[in-house]
Design a protein around this ligand. Structure first.
Ligand SMILES: Nc1ncnc2c1ncn2[C@@H]1O[C@H](COP(=O)(O)OP(=O)(O)OP(=O)(O)O)[C@@H](O)[C@H]1O
Ligand SMILES: O=C(O)C1=C[C@@H](O)[C@@H](O)[C@H](O)C1
Ligand SMILES: [Mg+2]
Length: 171
């Protein structure tokens, strides 16, 4: 299988960065995050891109960054929470090993809070979360080869469950 060893998908704050780094360490590979790529390439925060140019422009930048990372990276790759909204990106994930990290709404509010750095959850996070997940849950499930529930688990426990589910050997 060419492309990343593992791709992580899931909503904002579910632990993609935290678990992604731990997974990469355990597997002896490098970690890459498309949100970080976008910030580095654009020289602006994601919140700034949303405010300056709107969500549609952000999604176009994101799509290019995701496709580049899928072609270049062979370690653990975390995608931005909304990357799976794009049909070409979902098609591109079809042959990949993809772990969907999931959580329920209460866990989501605990982990993301009222964080202004997450523009899609800035106002009424509980309601926004539910709406986002209604629109996206089936897309995360569509691209996933494994689903790992993170509720009530530490990042280390989530990492272990993911390794077992993916049947990957440690370095
Ligand atoms: N299993 C866990 N249990 C409790 N807290 C966690 C867990 N995993 C991550 N966290 C905490 O939740 C917050 C969000 O985690 P993280 O930044 O890894 O998520 P993310 O999916 O990368 O989010 P983003 O949308 O910003 O990319 C952090 O404060 C992190 O410490
Ligand atoms: O879920 C989303 O739509 C987003 C998630 C983040 O990773 C960022 O990519 C951005 O804040 C949008
Ligand atoms: Mg992250």
């Amino acid at each position: 299988m060419s492309g990343p060893l593992v791709v992580l998908v899931g909503p904002m704050g579910v632990g993609k960065s935290t678990v992604g780094r731990l997974l990469a360490e355990r597997l002896g590979v490098s970690y890459r995050d498309t949100d970080d790529d976008i910030v580095a390439e654009q020289g602006r925060t994601i919140a700034e891109i949303f405010v300056d140019e709107g969500e549609a422009a952000f999604r176009a930048v994101e799509k290019a960054a995701v496709h580049r990372a899928l072609a270049e990276h062979d370690g653990v790759l975390a995608l931005g929470g909304g990357a799976i909204l794009d049909a070409d990106t979902r098609a591109r994930l079809a042959g990949q090993r993809v772990a969907y990290l999931s959580m329920d709404v209460e866990e989501a509010v605990k982990r993301t809070g009222l964080n202004a750095a997450r523009p899609l959850l800035a106002v009424n996070p509980r309601k926004q979360w539910r709406e986002l997940m209604e629109a996206r849950r089936h897309l995360y499930e569509e691209v996933a080869t494994v689903v790992v529930a993170t509720d009530g688990r530490t990042p280390e426990e989530v990492t272990q469950v993911a390794l077992d589910a993916l049947e990957l050997k440690e370095a």
